[in-house]
Design a protein around this ligand. Structure first.
Ligand code: LLP
Length: 416
């Protein structure tokens, strides 16, 4: 049974009816299922059982401490892209030795901090970064473990904003430059060349681009070995898609089988950096209909969640399911745009959905566990939503709803 399911016409998160959650904690709020998160992690980890591996959960997808804590307890490592994410991993009890540090713009301070904590690897994205890392490591009498993030120029066939492995993207080093850069890294005195990395994009729904990128990375690894540069791990990034609507991403077992087969007989540890696949379908955004508004050409359901809470529909025109929390078949269905209170025409969560709703009803926006809260903002001075984790029949508040006082606390008026 899915973690979010109907029982007698009422939507539940595990054993808790969502109307009870709305009553106790208010709306909008993100509701995550511990069982769903655990199941997703175990399925992913299990799918890689054929080869020694480390799952490094991509913190950016959902960086709540409770989520990180749960994954750390399940044995996960972490993929981070900032000093802030590193602090979160530590605060959640994660082990820095299981952390890979990605990102094109690592600052000196971030590098120093990560080096001092002994992260597993820096996924280096440029020649300049290689030199910065070497210099900082030298100054602190340390050796920095590095991978080069190579850009394999593979079309991931996803939304252009979340494709990262094409020539025109800012990520990684061009494939053709990788070999000379590896030689250079190998020569630099304060670096340990330990791995290779790629990440070609997000929400991939086909296996082929993963395999194509992996083949290129493995070929390069062999080439390096022939020059005496032996790598300890191969990091194939994240990107496995989920089902939002009718997408058919490869099942995680198939994905795992394809990658472990490619790794068969190889000495290197396999690393992956899944984000969305572990958290996306383990969360919903619970919201209440404030007003129904019948325009000349459209009907609007104005809800209390908005683009500042879930930016994906506005930013990528992404589809998220809209589920009535209480099924009421007595109501007449109509087509609605589900919109928020923010003053932007782009503030919608869903468009042209047939819904049976009335004012005051609760709606659940599906697949909101990934890139929901982590991309939220305070636009229109809207406090961020609360986050809750359901565990069987219990509900844990894992982030309080923000207050306006907190929002303005860092601001100052001009001197008199
Ligand atoms: N590793 C690296 C280096 C990444 O840049 C990303 C995501 C991941 C791993 C995790 O990818 P995933 O497994 O979640 O696909 N905000 C967008 C997604 C941006 C993804 C950015 N990088 C969205 O809401 O669809």
């Amino acid at each position: 049974m899915s973690a979010f399911h109907y029982r007698n016409g009422v939507l539940y998160a595990e054993e808790v009816p969502l109307p009870e959650i709305a009553g106790r904690f208010g709306t909008p709020c993100f509701v995550y299922s511990r069982a769903a998160l655990t199941a997703a992690y175990r399925a992913f980890d299990g799918a890689l059982a054929g080869h020694p591996h480390l799952v490094c959960y991509a913190v950016k997808a959902n960086s709540n401490l409770a989520v990180l804590d749960l994954f750390a307890r399940l044995g996960s490592g972490f993929d981070i892209v900032s000093g802030g994410e590193l602090k979160r991993v530590l605060a959640a009890g994660g082990n820095p030795r299981r952390v890979v540090f990605s990102g094109v713009g690592k600052s000196e301070a971030e590098i120093r901090e990560a080096l001092a904590l002994g992260v597993l690897c820096f996924n280096v994205e440029s020649e300049s970064e290689l030199h910065r890392l070497n210099r900082i490591a030298g100054a602190s009498g340390a050796r920095a473990p590095v991978s080069l993030r190579v850009n394999p120029d593979v079309d991931p066939k996803t939304h252009p904003y979340i494709a990262t492995g094409l020539k025109e993207n800012k990520f990684g080093v061009p494939f053709a430059d990788a070999l000379p850069l590896y030689r250079e890294a190998h020569r630099l005195p304060h670096l340990d060349v330990v791995g290779i990395d790629c990440h070609i994009g997000s929400q991939l729904t086909e296996l082929e681009p993963f395999v194509e990128a992996a083949r290129k990375v493995l070929d390069l690894t062999d080439r390096l070995a022939s020059e005496g540069i032996h790598l300890a791990h191969i990091d194939l990034g994240g990107g496995l898609g989920i089902r939002y609507r009718d997408e058919q991403p490869p099942p995680v077992e198939e994905y795992g089988r394809a990658l472990t087969r490619l790794m068969h007989g190889r000495p290197e540890l396999l690393l992956l950096e899944p984000g969305r696949a572990l958290v996306g379908n383990a969360g919903i955004l619970l919201t209440r209909v404030e007003y129904l508004k019948h325009g000349e050409t459209k009907n609007f359901a104005v809800v209390d969640a908005a683009m500042n809470d879930l930016m994906r529909p506005s930013l990528y025109d992404a589809y998220h399911d809209v589920l009535p929390v209480v099924l009421d078949t007595a109501l007449k269905p109509s087509l609605y745009d589900v919109v928020g209170p923010v003053c932007e025409s782009g503030d919608f969560l869903a468009r042209n959905r047939e819904l049976r709703v009335t004012e005051g009803d609760l709606l659940a926006i599906g697949s909101a566990g990934a890139y929901g809260m982590s991309m939220s903002s305070n636009y229109n001075t809207r406090p961020r939503a609360a986050e809750l984790m359901v565990d069987c029949d219990r509900v844990h508040v894992i982030r309080e709803r923000e207050t306006i006082e907190q929002l303005i606390a860092l601001e100052k008026r001009l001197p008199a």
